[in-house]
Design a binder for this molecule. Structure first.
Ligand SMILES: Cc1cc2nc3c(=O)[nH]c(=O)nc-3n(C[C@H](O)[C@H](O)[C@H](O)COP(=O)(O)OP(=O)(O)OC[C@H]3O[C@@H](n4cnc5c(N)ncnc54)[C@H](O)[C@@H]3O)c2cc1C
Length: 476
């Protein structure tokens, strides 16, 4: 094997995981990160004794030797994590639904709230297919295929075996469940769940993706120290093994120069033969010129728009410690609040007797664009969101002792992660964007690749790490 030098832009989950894989194979890797700390959407901030996760809060892909477990084992990285069961508590009109891993208990609750629906049969089916879908993801070497060679590589025996899952790519999750979601309240519960895991809803997400998304709360893990510790651990492992992360180093332009690329930073230009960008596909348009710009323009137009997030961070002092860490409060039609609490014993994040929390909800960016909104209206939007969170804490969760630390908006994400328009969470899955049209790690430009949540399979940290592995297998 000939060793190469790779330049990675961005120290998010995608850039860091790929950097570790390449480094382990002996390649020289340098990461350039605009922020002063790693993690991107899986980052944190510290205020006094409190450590708040800014975006992602949960890990998944651990059960049945899932992609995250495999990655950590291959990298010999030890992370302290707690399996959270129930993985989600849903507060809705009719009561509380706990997504526990005990299938019998789960079905009993569904039967109680939604009698006369074929719960057992549907969830058994979802569980069985979820296992097969994960193993397909593990087998994928280069997706979407770009040429005959790629296609032939995919057609190994195990994929033939699973070929009967292919219809799941072309039917929606709603039709896969065969009238199961005819109760609008049950559909709302599944839709709000899929919104977190696939950025889409049951009628517009391919069954294969929906199955993985519906299955996700069974595989929910809390990393000790929060998600920030996860990102910090990846970054420190990389640097301890000799890798270089250049922080506060924002890429401002990319230019083709012969067979190399010229990376423009404020204070420096670097000539690079092998480049991987861990930034969303939309961001590439403004960084490039000429052929690269028009190519990325097309990709980002196909990708369409994504969601923004409103977030809120605070501290609770509950009478009894909060044991179930993840809650979804359905307080508005077609919208919900996702609460993540720190573990009561996680004193990296808060002193004894207190627990920190992060709340997020999806919003359409056009509802809140700083380019159009004056300061007063912007502050008012933040106030309204804070009141919504306070109301949910008091009335839905029975928590009276809390302190709000701050409220985040799409503008906050744009500022700290540089993501175009503050769009987060990846490209929403939709039937009009089949998986083979999803942006791939490979670009039309030689030795110029992409990684991250806007690249296949790209949803959440586990999707980003799976994408990094697919890319690594192509370029190692
Ligand atoms: C509110 C919220 C909650 C979420 N919850 C979960 C969850 O619980 N579990 C889960 O798995 N996922 C969750 N996600 C999704 C998950 O956080 C992301 O999909 C994932 O972290 C994205 O990683 P990435 O590497 O693709 O990109 P990013 O995290 O965006 O990282 C890209 C990095 O590149 C840097 N960068 C950008 N532009 C430049 C530039 N020009 N020059 C240099 N550096 C640059 C950024 O600063 C950033 O560090 C959540 C996301 C949000 C917003």
């Amino acid at each position: 094997m000939s060793f190469k030098e790779f330049h990675i832009i961005g120290a998010g989950a995608g850039g860091l995981s790929l950097a570790l894989m390449l480094q382990k194979s002996g390649h020289k890797v340098t990461i350039y990160e605009a922020h002063s700390i790693p993690g991107g959407c899986a980052s944190w901030y510290q205020r006094g004794p409190y450590r708040f996760d800014v975006g992602a809060t949960t890990l998944s892909g651990m059960i049945n030797n899932g992609p995250l477990q495999q990655f950590l084992d291959e990298q010999e990285i030890k992370l302290e994590m707690r399996h959270v069961d129930p993985g989600l508590v849903v507060h809705f009109n009719r009561g509380q639904l706990k997504r526990v891993s005990d299938n019998k208990l789960w079905i009993e609750q569904l039967d109680h709230f939604f009698p006369n629906a074929h719960h057992q049969q549907t969830w058994n089916h979802i569980l069985e297919d979820a296992e097969k879908c994960w193993s397909i993801l593990n087998d994928v070497k280069n997706f979407p295929p770009r040429n005959i060679h790629d296609l032939l590589q995919q057609l190994d025996f195990s994929l033939f075996e699973k070929v009967k899952l292919l219809p799941l790519l072309v039917k929606s999750f709603e039709s896969y469940t065969n009238k199961y979601l005819s109760d609008p309240e049950l559909k709302r519960i599944i839709d709000q769940l899929l919104l977190i895991s696939t950025q889409s809803t049951s009628d517009d997400v391919a069954a294969l993706v929906g199955i993985l998304g519906a299955h996700y709360p069974l595989d929910t893990w809390y990393p000790l120290g929060g998600i920030g510790t996860f990102s910090e651990t990846l970054a420190s492992t990389f640097t301890q093994r000799g890798g270089d992360i250049k922080y506060s180093k924002k890429l401002i332009g990319i230019e083709q120069s012969g067979k190399d690329y010229l990376l423009h930073f404020k204070d420096q230009k670097i000539s690079a033969e092998n480049v991987v960008v861990n930034i969303p596909v939309w961001n590439l348009v403004s960084l490039c010129q000429g052929k690269m710009k028009s190519s990325f323009e097309k990709t980002s137009q196909r990708a369409g728009e994504a969601w923004g997030a409103m977030t809120c961070y605070g501290v609770v002092k509950p009478n009894e410690p909060i044991e179930a860490l993840y809650h979804q409060v359905h307080d508005q039609k077609d919208s919900s609040l996702f609460f993540s609490f720190s573990d009561k014993n996680d004193h990296i994040r808060s002193p004894f007797g207190e627990q920190v929390f992060s709340v997020s909800t999806h919003i359409k960016i056009q509802n809140m664009s700083n380019k159009k909104m004056d300061k007063e209206s912007y502050l008012n939007e933040k106030k309204i969101f804070q009141e919504r969170v306070e109301q949910a804490l008091k009335t839905k969760m029975g928590i009276d002792h809390f302190k709000i630390d701050s409220v985040g908006t799409p503008q906050t994400f744009e500022r700290f992660t540089k993501r175009h328009n503050g769009w987060v969470g990846g490209i929403p899955h939709r039937m009009s964007l089949p998986l083979w049209d999803y942006p791939a790690a490979q670009t039309p430009f030689k030795n110029f690749w992409r990684v991250g949540d806007t690249v296949f399979p790209g949803q959440g940290i586990v999707g980003v790490i799976s994408g990094a592995k697919i890319l690594y297998q192509m370029i190692r």
